[in-house]
Design a binder for this molecule. Structure first.
Ligand code: PGA
Length: 263
């Protein structure tokens, strides 16, 4: 991508599909679904299982970037860390970005701020961009604690800006934020459009205070039906899509929803 896109649509395949053959088939379906979609002004990424990266890359002749769902925190390079995959390794496989802080990683792998900071630094060390995911749980939402939780989760960026230079002049952002309410992930529930707008505004203000510039994506039950209205929300620079990214047509429809909102 030569011009910096202003909207980003990223598909997180999570631990799907079950076989390499299915992953290749989905990639080919996506290629077909995007054949008539002019994606040159938007950034499109998919985040398959790291196992499938090489094969998917060879079947990915269109303008789609590859990301990974995790990297090791102990080192960016290599070492005695059984089961881990390093930033260096995934970059060598063609990944250009990594998800960090996804609620499923925080919840099932007890990822702390310390671990998340280490992962972000490792990613930046090898030139990977980072999609940093934040979001409140249902209880926190119901108790009106959304902003407090997001502020606390974003604090680590203040620490990072002290240590690192975010102003890399690279063709893609080094950092993106994905606001994903935990209660909206995979549930079919979403905040109201007003809530999305005001939360994105809140996050944007915090980023400004931390002197961080990053697109802010929304994630959580985005699908081919609601993408259009989410795309109209002020301050929404794109979406992180789970379930609906496993259906090529739905994902293509979501991408199309953002093509006309390229302000
Ligand atoms: P969902 O997942 O679109 O299936 O809700 C989003 C995510 O976890 O990134």
């Amino acid at each position: 991508m030569t011009n910096q896109p202003t909207k980003w649509i990223i598909g997180n395949w999570k631990m799907n599909p079950a076989t390499l053959a299915d992953a290749v088939a989905l990639t080919l379906q996506l290629e077909e679904a995007l054949a008539d979609v002019d994606t040159k002004n938007v950034g499109v990424g998919i985040v398959p299982s790291v196992l499938y990266l090489t094969d998917i890359k060879s079947f990915l002749p269109f303008n789609v970037q590859l990301g990974v769902q995790d990297i090791a925190h102990k080192t960016a390079k290599t070492g005695a860390f059984t089961g881990d995959v390093s930033a260096t390794q995934v970059a060598s496989m063609g990944a250009s970005f990594v998800l960090v802080g996804h609620s499923e990683r925080r919840q099932y792998h007890n990822e702390t701020d310390e671990i998340l900071i280490a992962k972000i630094k490792n990613a930046f060390e090898v030139g990977l961009s980072v999609v940093f995911c934040i979001g409140e749980t249902k209880d926190e939402y119901e108790q009106g604690k959304t902003q407090a939780v997001l502020e606390q989760q974003l604090q680590l960026l203040a620490q990072l800006t002290k240590d690192m230079d975010f102003a890399h002049n690279l063709p893609n952002p080094k950092l993106m934020i994905a606001y994903e309410p935990v209660w909206a992930i995979g549930t079919g529930l979403t905040p109201t459009l007003d809530e999305i707008v005001s939360t994105h505004q809140f996050i944007g203000d915090l980023l400004t205070a931390f002197e961080v510039s990053a697109p802010i994506l929304y994630g959580g039950s985005v699908n081919d039906k609601n993408a259009d209205e989410i795309a109209t929300c002020r301050g929404v620079d794109g979406v992180l899509v789970g379930g609906a990214s496993l259906k090529a047509d739905s994902f293509a429809t979501i991408i199309s929803a953002f093509l006309t909102k390229n302000d």
